[in-house]
Design a protein around this ligand. Structure first.
Ligand SMILES: C[S@@+](CC[C@H](N)C(=O)[O-])C[C@H]1O[C@@H](n2cnc3c(N)ncnc32)[C@H](O)[C@@H]1O
Length: 283
């Protein structure tokens, strides 16, 4: 009996796998978003959540709806591209950035920084504050990109939940912030509106790390908590893109959760900060 139940469950898993592969192929061909090589376990969980939220019974039914209804695709995109972020997230990263990267930025008359996978923009405003306090904000241009247009629209507003400001103030202090954090925003109803001047030099644009090409040469590329969702093949493809987009002696900043180790580009960089995974391109 239990062998039979096991067999049925295994068959269901096989069908699920086929349906998921077809759905991802459909999404890619219809909309150009390539999730085909994303880590399967979390992908399957998220797709099933969307199947249920749409009141459907199977992944194939979701595929049908997705192909004919772009609004449904937008909803799936939000499910798939986990957008969790925070201001001065992982404060130690900003401390290391201030100590190790800012001195390099000072050696250039003008620098370009790419924040890839910027989500709703909290990371970009944090970086802008850091650069402002370091006195290099006005000779920097930041390109902030994400696959998802909805999060970028949010990022452009510069409004973040007021009830987060206590946590963000703590992060800012731990990140080595030099002023009163409240100088940077105005409270408006339940939102905190950050100063527009912080993002005068920021271009927010849609860019898919998996399928789009490089669009400039950068002195620094920051990409944190994005590649954890990619499998090794995809990670290597993105590492190639970053390598080709960085100037010689440019900095790749991955943060504590990601690493260049085991990628084919490992030998092309040297450590600037081993804990916060700041690497300098040397080859
Ligand atoms: C967890 S958030 C990280 C946000 C921010 N970097 C941070 O560390 O707080 C991941 C972001 O990566 C974006 N993303 C996922 N796949 C992407 C892709 N192929 N190209 C560009 N961005 C992608 C998602 O839309 C999401 O906003």
């Amino acid at each position: 009996m239990s062998a039979k139940v096991d067999e049925q469950a295994a068959q269901r898993d096989d069908v699920d796998e086929i349906e998921l592969a077809l759905l991802l192929e459909g999404v890619y061909r219809r909309y150009g978003f390539d999730f085909r090589e994303y880590a399967p376990a979390s992908l399957r969980r998220r797709v099933w959540r969307r199947v249920q939220a749409e009141g459907l019974a199977t992944i194939s039914a979701l595929q049908d709806k997705l192909l004919h209804d772009p609004a449904c695709m937008e909803r799936l995109l939000l499910d798939l591209s986990i957008n969790v972020t925070a201001m001065f997230r992982d404060p130690a990263f900003y401390v290391a950035f201030r100590q190790k990267v800012v001195p390099l930025l000072r050696t250039y008359p003008f620098t370009r920084i790419w924040v890839a996978g910027c989500s709703t923009g909290e990371e970009v405003y944090s970086l802008a504050i850091l650069l402002h306090e370091a006195g290099v904000h006005d000779r920097t241009r930041i390109y902030a990109t994400d696959i998802n247009e909805s999060v970028l629209s949010h990022a452009r507003t510069g409004v973040f939940p007021l009830d987060k400001m206590r946590e963000y103030t703590q992060n800012y202090i731990r990140a080595g912030g030099e002023r009163a954090f409240s100088e940077y925003y105005l409270a408006k109803y339940d939102g905190a509106q950050f100063q527009r001047s912080l993002v005068d030099n920021v271009v927010f644009a849609q860019h898919n790390l998996v399928s789009d090409r490089s669009f400039n040469e950068f002195n620094v590329i920051i990409c944190r908590n994005v590649m954890i969702y990619f499998d090794r093949t995809l990670q290597n493809r993105v590492h190639r893109l970053f390598y080709e987009s960085l100037v010689t002696f440019g900095v790749l900043a991955l943060g504590a959760k990601e690493s260049i180790r085991f990628s084919p580009f490992e030998d092309r960089y040297e450590d600037l900060d081993a804990d916060e995974r700041l690497y300098k391109k040397v080859d």
